[in-house]
Design a binder for this molecule. Structure first.
Ligand code: ATP
Ligand code: MG
Length: 429
């Protein structure tokens, strides 16, 4: 029979690598709790119009990257979420979550974009994101940037730069848009097909081009930051002052516009030079008009999303050590007749916080296998101890605890005293 394989650009995450994912998620949960951000889980499939309306019709994602399909049962147009902010905002509106003030939320999960798979760019990838909804102040822009920065610190991630820009307000964007169209019209011959198509529908998008041939043109284009009024500049200054006081370095990138249309005022990206052309590990900004745009009572918001694969790849690139998952103990059981008693003892140990891997033969009908092969498995598991439940020990209601990694004497413990032994393990952690 023909072998079935995963879809191109959609990866299995297998042990031992999955331990790195769990570790990262654990660090994030702890950090979010300390910042009082609460977990939200929204569906992976949403109605297509949600993304078209929020991301903007003339964006890479909506024009060419969405996995959309028709529900066979009722003909509804559906899309696998390419990002999570739109879904979070929908949920916040649908459940009137802002009725009693602002909400700080975070999520983790898979996203889907039909892109050309390459290092750091997949079709199913994972984002972790934070959103602060209902707060207009620049202090919250800074708070959420500091939150991302704290995450890099706790992960031990290095060589990550923060780039900032301000996209101002709609009326400021309109003046800039006029100047931008005039500039690009003068250089029509240097525009690629996408840019020519977007020139009048969404010229700001041209600044987000990945086409190397257009970089020089884009570099010299009118800068949005030069069109901002006093209020927008003051908002931006507050963000920068808080970052400065917190000792977080940043640089202004006037070309930074982000890939979705919903942003205004502060936008930012955390970038690295260590991941080739997929160097953006996290991006976000303020989106004060999105909630109103998808039918909610208008309210301000700010958020970011990071790419889990890129963060993990960068950690690997920097040879960062991630705690490996190894059991404390491996249970060696020479005689299958002892299993009922042994397994009851192991459950008591596990309840006390000890991680125990139980030996289990992989061939049928040959008992538990030789002691030699069991010890080989115990060694390969990385466990610190082998717990040997031999017939002599069992007759005495005891177990032999044999250190596998340290030059220590093995010792016999009565099963009744195992809680005390478990406690010594716990206190050494
Ligand atoms: P890029 O410019 O690299 O295409 P983007 O602007 O489309 O990124 P966002 O929509 O801002 O990305 O998503 C936030 C983060 O999610 C990115 O900074 C990146 O780390 C990650 N990301 C985006 N698309 C992918 C993908 N196809 N595969 C893996 N990670 C991705
Ligand atoms: Mg993209």
């Amino acid at each position: 029979m023909q072998k079935l394989a995963a879809i191109k650009g959609m990866n299995d995450i297998l042990p031992p690598d999955s331990a790195r994912w769990e570790w990262l998620e654990g660090v994030v949960r702890s950090l979010m709790a300390r910042h009082a951000y609460r977990n939200i889980r929204t569906p992976i499939v949403e109605p297509t119009p949600l993304f078209v309306r929020s991301l903007g019709e003339v964006t890479d994602i909506v024009e060419k990257e969405m996995y959309s399909f028709e529900d066979r049962l009722n003909g509804e147009q559906l899309t696998l979420r390419p990002e999570a902010t739109a879904g979070v905002v929908r949920a916040v509106v649908e459940h009137s979550m802002l009725y009693d003030g602002g909400k700080r939320l975070y999520y983790m999960g898979p996203m889907f974009r039909h892109e050309r798979p390459q290092r750091g760019r997949y079709r199913q990838f994972h984002q972790i994101g934070a959103e602060a909804l209902g707060f207009p102040g620049a202090q919250v822009d800074a708070e959420i940037i500091l939150l991302a920065h704290a995450l890099w610190e706790e992960l031990g991630l290095k060589n990550v730069r923060l780039e900032l820009n301000s996209l101002g307000q709609p009326e400021e964007r309109r003046a800039h848009r006029t100047a931008l169209i005039a500039y690009f019209e003068q250089h029509q011959d240097q525009l690629d097909e996408d840019a020519r198509r977007r020139l009048h529908s969404n010229p700001l998008r041209i600044l987000d081009t990945k086409n190397p041939a257009m970089q020089e043109l884009v570099e010299a284009a009118p800068r949005l930051i030069d069109f901002l009024g006093a209020e927008s500049l003051a908002h931006f200054d507050t963000v920068k002052a808080i970052l400065d006081a917190a000792g977080v370095a940043w640089s202004l990138n006037p070309r930074l516009v982000r890939g979705m249309d919903y942003y205004n005022l502060t936008v930012f990206e955390f970038v690295t030079d260590q991941l080739g052309s997929q160097g953006t590990i996290c991006g976000g900004g303020r989106y004060d008009y999105l909630i109103g745009q998808i039918g909610g009572k208008p309210a301000p918001a700010v958020g970011w999303a990071l790419g889990v694969e890129r963060v993990l790849e960068l950690l690997r690139e920097q040879a960062a050590t991630v705690p490996a998952l190894v059991p404390d103990a491996y249970a060696v059981v020479p005689d299958a007749a002892a299993l009922p008693q042994v397994m009851a003892a192991l459950q008591r140990l596990r309840a006390l916080g000890v991680s125990v891997q139980m030996h289990a033969p992989v061939t049928a009908g040959e008992g538990m296998g030789s002691m030699k092969s069991q010890f080989k498995k115990a060694d390969a598991s990385g466990a610190r101890f082998a717990l040997v439940f031999g017939p002599d020990e069992m007759a005495r209601g005891a177990v032999t605890i044999k250190p596998l990694r340290e030059a220590l004497e093995q010792q016999e413990q009565s099963l009744a005293d195992l809680p005390a032994w478990a406690a010594t393990l716990q206190s050494a952690r």
